[in-house]
Unconditional design. Sequence first.
Length: 69
Amino acid sequence: TVAERPMGDRVEALEELLLLALENGNPAAEPFRELFDDTPLAKATDYAIVVARLEALLDAGPAAEAGGL
């Protein structure tokens, strides 16, 4: 189950979901859309909800300092 997996696996999965959402929202990546189309994932899972919550969490956090990433 998800609860039995190490926290690092879940963090990595969230990072990958966020990157996937960013790729799908990038107009410059449109020629490569078939490689990372999230439509099937969004239809079969709570992907959109997870991404929205992750974005809200990041928005509520402290701002990154210039050059501080």
